[in-house]
Design a binder for this molecule. Structure first.
Ligand code: GLV
Length: 325
């Protein structure tokens, strides 16, 4: 068997492949993707594919994998993978839910607090020797404790963020495909329509997966519904937000600030207007970037591939339909 690994990872993680006498082709860079032409060429020889959220696994690329028996992505989101093609070809697609829930919720809350309390601006002022001294309203931000949080997308990570918010005595509103009545009882979360969530929340936190239904879920009309003092946080996918609408809402102070971890195009293009906004805090897609979590994600990805190649069900399958055929 031949496994294609599209990012450089430590060889020790790949031992389960070597122990079975399988061959590995690994891309030599950890922080840059395999070029499309190379991916198209290499996938032809692969029985298993170890991928990630930055590989554009569209119809053409998956279809080129004539020998492919399993794909596994080291991510919880699999919007970069053309699932219908994988189903049609009978290829199970593995992913890594669960292990990154708490790490991503921590980062979401850190971004929320850093945006509200202008933590990064403050740190830069000290480091760059621009700190004028204490002032009555110097670097004042928005309160977090006791303010209302509105969570769009109450899945695993949304729920973990809600638990953190409860510790801060924040009333919790949520909007989701399905109502989560058990969380309403346990956390006092209140299910509301999107418009009500937007107009009542001090913090609007977007945690929905990228689907056809969530494409540009946040646009001009939605930002207009938010309070002028409100903060928008996105740790899901850039496609869920109309970035030009967010740019305008921030530039015209229709909302107070935003914190983003994800973008329509990653890395953020050099000339992106977001960089001109002082009330926007940007992180480089590091929601799950915590050592133990990433290690667990790599291990699950390897295990999924091992299982797929011997015809066993994967630990986590994004397209269980392949097993129903
Ligand atoms: C991160 O964005 C992931 O989907 O794992």
């Amino acid at each position: 068997m031949q496994i294609l690994v599209t990012r450089k990872v430590d060889e020790e993680y790949l031992q389960p492949f070597y122990q079975r006498g399988w061959q590995v082709e690994m891309w030599h860079e950890a922080d840059h993707p395999m070029p499309r032409t190379q991916l198209l060429e290499s996938i032809r020889h692969a029985d298993g594919l170890f991928t990630n959220l930055a590989d554009p696994l569209d119809q053409e690329i998956i279809a080129a994998g004539k020998k492919l028996k399993v794909i596994s992505t080291m991510a919880v989101g699999f919007d970069n993978i053309h699932i219908p093609t994988a189903i049609q070809m009978g290829i199970p697609v593995g992913y890594t839910p669960g292990v990154l829930t708490e790490a991503t919720a921590d980062l979401t809350f850190a971004l929320l607090m850093a945006t509200a309390r202008r933590i990064v601006e403050g740190a830069e002022v000290v480091r760059e020797k621009r700190w004028p001294g204490w002032g009555p309203f110097y670097l004042t931000g928005q309160p977090v404790y006791g303010r209302t949080i509105g969570i769009i997308g109450m899945g695993r990570i949304g729920e973990a963020v809600a638990r953190r918010a409860r510790g801060f005595q924040m009333p919790i509103l949520y909007h989701n495909r399905k109502r989560r009545v058990e969380l309403e009882h346990e956390l006092g979360a209140m299910y509301v329509g999107l418009e009500e969530l937007l107009s009542r929340s001090d913090y609007v936190v977007l945690l929905a997966p990228a689907t056809k239904e969530t494409y540009h879920l946040m646009g001009r009309d939605q930002f207009k519904l938010m309070k002028k003092s409100a903060i928008f946080i996105n740790v899901s996918r850039g496609q869920n937000v109309d970035e030009m609408a967010l740019y305008e809402a921030l530039a015209q102070h229709e909302i107070w600030a935003a914190g983003l971890d994800v973008y329509q195009e990653e890395p953020l293009p050099a000339d992106h207007p977001f960089r001109q906004l002082p009330n926007l805090l940007m992180l480089p897609h590091i929601g799950s970037a915590e050592i133990d979590t990433r290690e667990a994600m790599v291990k699950i990805t390897v295990e999924n591939i091992c299982r797929g190649l011997v015809g066993e069900p994967l630990l986590y399958t994004a397209n269980p339909q392949v097993y129903e055929r």
